[in-house]
Design a protein. Structure first.
Length: 251
């Protein structure tokens, strides 16, 4: 029954995609002007969906920098994710074109699972063979439509071209080296809400829903004025996964 529901959801998604505004690297329709250099910190928790009991807490530090490499304007996003068990700590380095967030290079390192590094080419992604101990050497996947990098979901979703409640979008995402191929995920602008920020300050936000499949989706709250992603709340079978921005320091 679950397989049948998933298949029906896939058919519905394919049909509904035609009615959505597609957001992609090739279209260049992210609101890049709102991307700012600086540092931010997210408190990240996993909780039991039924009891609400928190099962994991971590802190994610992110830094966005504007640089020029080989004459090209680029965006560098560096992440350090800290967990109670230090073997799970993860360093992420993602380099993208500043004009449209087209990924150029992605590197991750975790004590538990090792190093994964990728070069992005015009037609796809390959494992970087010049990186020592790269677990993904030999990996290759072609793209017909260049996707955004899931490692930069918080930055990318914040830049969606949102105009109104009820707007239907679709965004092309892919996790580097992942088995799930690049695909368009439906996004719906659900409402305008006041988000309670630090010191009780109310921040006008768009609330959006990003749907992965029949059982998994994210809610995100994006500030209307500055296009910051202030909170992401993921709902997956048995789990609620929350990322809450606690600190922002723009340069």
């Amino acid at each position: 029954m679950k397989t049948k529901l998933a298949f029906l959801f896939l058919l519905f998604s394919i049909e509904s995609m035609a009615q959505r505004d597609s957001v992609s690297v090739e279209r260049g329709n992210l609101l890049i002007k709102f991307l700012k250099p600086g540092k931010s910190t997210y408190l990240v928790t996993s909780a039991n969906a039924k009891t609400g009991a928190v099962t994991q807490i971590s802190v994610w530090n992110r830094e966005t920098r504007f640089e020029k490499k080989e004459g090209r304007d680029v965006v560098l996003v560096k992440q350090m994710r800290y967990y109670a068990d230090t073997v799970n700590n993860k360093f992420v380095y993602t380099l993208s074109d500043r004009g449209n967030l087209r990924t150029i290079y992605d590197y991750t390192k975790r004590l538990r699972s090792g190093t994964e590094a990728f070069n992005y080419l015009p037609g796809g992604i390959v494992g970087a063979d010049t990186v020592d101990h790269n677990m993904k050497t030999g990996f290759a996947l072609g793209f017909k439509d260049f996707p955004f990098c899931f490692e930069m979901d918080l930055e990318t979703l914040a830049l969606l071209p949102i105009k109104k409640v009820g707007q239907q979008l679709a965004i092309n995402f892919y996790h580097p080296g992942g088995q799930i191929p690049p695909q368009y995920y439906p996004v719906e602008v659900l409402s305008e809400e006041d988000f309670l920020g630090p010191n009780g300050v109310k921040i006008k936000c768009w609330k959006i829903k990003l749907q992965y499949d029949t059982d998994s989706f994210d809610y995100s709250w994006i500030s209307k004025e500055g296009h910051e992603l202030l909170k992401l709340e993921g709902h997956y079978p048995g789990i609620i996964f929350t990322k809450l921005k606690t600190i922002t320091h723009f340069q």
